[in-house]
Design a protein. Structure first.
Length: 333
């Protein structure tokens, strides 16, 4: 049995930063994640995608952010159970929890921090009859390495941030980028929308609005997409089709842990991001409260307050004095 102070379910950016904040309070952490490596969606889905809203980093690649977080928590020597899913939670007589994975690994701690992002997820797929025939043969729902599309013709579909960001990024990678959206207005960040419009005006991407991809063509590998735009049907030759309509989240086993849940997210108290079960907290995209913003930096804030509460559960009679890393450094804690 693996014993620790905080079991962190989810090894994405928020889960990793929790280790740092807990380490400053001399609390030990052990992380469980169904993925085979730390980093969550940032590592698994878009490691080469730039992120712009991390304080102090005008731009940082998702994979580099994870590398930096792992380096930041090295002094606190966290444990990892990777490639396994947290399946069951039990409460012991002494107030601790036992978390067992789908492969039978057993962990125990007085505190649990659920930092599972969106939970289990799968891509939202467009209703194209022969879509499955071209999966991994020209159709990709997740971009792990944009170099795959170097000097290739790419059709991106979608109207949100993911579609916009990748169309913008691939404009300097692919030989041809087309962005297809069924409306004229985009749901993404206004700055990204403007960048896409500017690139379209400069002839670096082709913007096809009021349009949808309705069919795929090719022998053995994708060779063209069928488009419907303003009632007209056309065929566009391409090497890759990227339908980027977001992810459909599913809580998985978390839904059976007796937690209060609203719309696939765990309800929390914003004082310390505790759930209705004392000792279990939820931080990052997986939690729900009034005014919630699903941003990495918000998850960092939630983790910081959560570990303060976890410390008090372990040491109810010990005074917790806030110390500053600018004075003590990291090794001084």
């Amino acid at each position: 049995m693996i014993e620790t102070d905080i079991i962190i379910i989810g090894a994405g950016p928020v889960g990793l930063f929790t280790v740092f904040e807990a380490g400053l309070l001399k609390l030990r952490c052990h992380l469980i994640d169904v993925l085979a490596q730390p980093g969550g969606q940032l590592t698994e889905i878009y490691p080469k995608k730039p992120i712009y809203d991390i304080p102090g980093f005008p731009e940082v690649l998702a994979g580099d952010l994870i590398d930096n977080l792992l380096k930041q928590i090295e002094p606190f020597k966290p444990g990892f159970t990777l490639g396994e899913r947290a399946e069951r939670i039990e409460k012991t007589e002494d107030g601790k929890f036992i978390v067992t994975t789908d492969k039978g690994t057993v962990h125990t701690a007085p505190n649990i921090a659920i930092a599972g992002g969106l939970g289990c997820f799968e891509p939202r797929k467009p209703p194209i009859g022969n879509l499955a025939d071209y999966e991994d043969k020209g159709v990709d729902y997740i971009i792990k390495d944009p170099e795959k599309f170097r000097n290739q013709r790419v059709v991106v579909a979608g109207g949100g941030d993911s579609a916009l960001d990748w169309a913008i990024f691939l404009a300097d990678v692919a030989s041809e980028v087309s962005l297809v959206h069924r409306r004229t207005e985009f749901r993404g960040h206004p700055d990204s929308v403007q960048k896409a419009m500017d690139l379209a005006a400069a002839g670096k991407i082709q913007l096809l609005t009021n349009a949808e991809v309705i069919g795929l063509c090719g022998e053995g590998h994708l060779q063209a997409v069928e488009l419907e735009q303003n009632g007209a049907h056309t065929v566009k030759e391409t090497d890759y089709f990227l339908p980027l309509f977001g992810l459909s989240p599913k809580l998985g086993p978390i839904a059976d842990w007796g937690l209060n849940i609203t719309k696939n997210a765990i309800d929390v108290n914003t004082v310390d991001y505790s759930t209705n079960v004392p000792g279990i907290y939820a931080i990052g995209d997986i939690n729900n409260y009034e005014g919630k913003l699903k941003l990495i930096l918000c998850g960092f804030h939630e983790a910081t307050l959560m570990v303060q509460s976890a410390f008090k559960r372990i040491y109810p009679n010990k005074n917790l004095v806030l110390k500053y890393t600018t004075v003590n450094g990291v090794q001084g804690f």
